[in-house]
Design a binder for this molecule. Structure first.
Ligand SMILES: *[C@@H]1O[C@H](CO)[C@@H](O)[C@H](O)[C@H]1NC(C)=O
Ligand SMILES: *[C@@H]1O[C@H](CO)[C@@H](O)[C@H](O)[C@H]1NC(C)=O
Ligand SMILES: *[C@@H]1O[C@H](CO)[C@@H](O)[C@H](O)[C@H]1NC(C)=O
Length: 359
């Protein structure tokens, strides 16, 4: 029955491109899936989707930008890699599912879970007691584990890596939780507070996992064992290989390619044609270096394209009650990675032009 989940996950992956087909697949699953899980499937799919959207946000200005073809979590994909990027996808998807289910619990969306009120009334620390609705991460964790981990069919090092990173994602949800408090006491004196534990914004959790991605640990493995892939003889690696001391860290087995050049057999799009950011103020360090990273460091040049944008401006409030705006045109410069002029035909073109020169 869990095999049906593969359909769901593939659907979630595809849905970034075509939402309607995803909706169809998810509904299809709802009809055919195991009954016990029906309650959660929609939320699981939504959670995985929010993980994927976060992945796309976090990597928007990186060479690898969380493309659809990387999003299959199932072990059926023989091209499946074991890179740092794979580790992030697993962690953020698993976290997304846990996050959404947990929120659902606090909202009272499911009959069998709610807020975690187990500590309510107890003293938490100096001047505060537990109270209110603490997010029930345990339940979300359980459902996420049930759904996401069950996609891992292999017993090899890759499978262990994925399970580890799924777990690291769930730990990230816990690690970013925040204590939120409300003041009580005579006229808001705040002599006593009640506090509860709340999930961080999903973005904050994404930032946290992106930092984990930057510091991800490479686990050295025997190449032979790695290549054994999903075959039976790959069933060697003991769980202990991935030490508990790194339980919250993302781990990977293979170095990443540089993601510069298109390689369809590896499912890499390359950075040619990608937009990058230049002369923009108030952007993150990632964004400021995007043209270097995407274009010049990949042997491409940065091409400026002037485009005209139309937007509303000079808006006035009119009595009563509309807002009237002018349409203003302004020039926007956009930057793209393009092949250098001498390089337009690639290696073969270069040879041809040399031949024609000799004539
Ligand atoms: C769970 O929460 C999401 C929004 O976070 C919502 O769209 C979905 O409908 C909820 N699930 C249920 C079963 O209510
Ligand atoms: C794509 O990657 C594979 C494996 O690394 C390599 O053998 C092949 O030459 C590459 N293809 C291109 C077009 O670069
Ligand atoms: C710069 O960004 C910060 C946070 O992203 C925002 O609060 C601030 O208003 C921005 N400043 C300008 C000039 O856009």
């Amino acid at each position: 029955a869990m095999g049906d989940l593969l359909i769901l996950w593939v659907a979630v992956g595809i849905s970034c491109a075509t939402f309607s087909s995803s909706a169809w697949s998810v509904n299809n699953f709802l009809i055919t899936g195991p009954k016990a899980y029906l309650t959660y499937t929609t939320s699981v799919a939504l959670g995985a989707q929010s993980g994927i959207e976060e992945c796309k946000f976090q990597f928007a200005w990186e060479r690898w930008n969380c493309p659809e073809n990387a999003l299959q979590l199932s072990t059926h994909n023989r091209l499946r890699s074991a890179t740092r990027e794979t580790s992030f996808i697993h962690a953020i998807s698993s976290a997304g599912v846990m996050y959404t289910i947990t929120k659902n619990c606090s909202m009272g969306d499911f009959e069998n879970c709610g807020c975690d009120e187990s500590k309510n009334g107890k003293t938490g620390g100096h001047g505060w007691i537990w109270g209110g609705c603490s997010d029930n991460v345990e339940f979300g964790e359980r459902i996420s584990k049930l759904f996401v981990d069950s996609l891992e069919k292999g017993k090899d090092a890759r499978a262990l890596m994925n399970l580890h990173n799924n777990r690291a994602g769930r730990l990230a949800v816990r690690a970013t939780m925040k204590r939120t408090c409300k003041c009580h006491g005579i006229s808001g004196s705040c002599s006593i507070q009640t506090c509860w534990l709340q999930l961080a914004d999903f973005r904050e959790m994404g930032d946290y996992l992106k930092a984990k991605y930057d510091q991800a640990l490479k686990i050295e493995m025997d190449k032979r064992q790695l290549r054994a892939g999903n075959s039976a003889e790959g069933g060697w690696a003991p769980t202990e290989a991935f030490l508990p001391s790194v339980e919250a860290e993302l781990i990977f087995l293979e170095e990443s390619p540089d993601y510069c050049t298109h390689n369809s057999s590896l499912g890499i799009y390359g950075t040619e044609g990608r937009e990058c950011l230049q002369n923009t103020h108030n952007t993150s360090r990632q964004e400021q270096h995007s043209c270097g990273r995407l274009c010049t460091e990949c042997g491409l040049q940065v091409e400026e394209k002037r485009t005209e944008a139309i937007s509303s401006c000079n808006c006035k409030f009119q009595w009563c009650c509309t807002v009237k705006c002018d349409q203003c045109r302004h020039v926007v410069n956009k930057y793209y990675c393009t092949r250098s002029p001498g390089d337009t035909l690639g290696v073969c073109g270069w040879r041809l032009s040399h031949l024609s020169h000799r004539r």
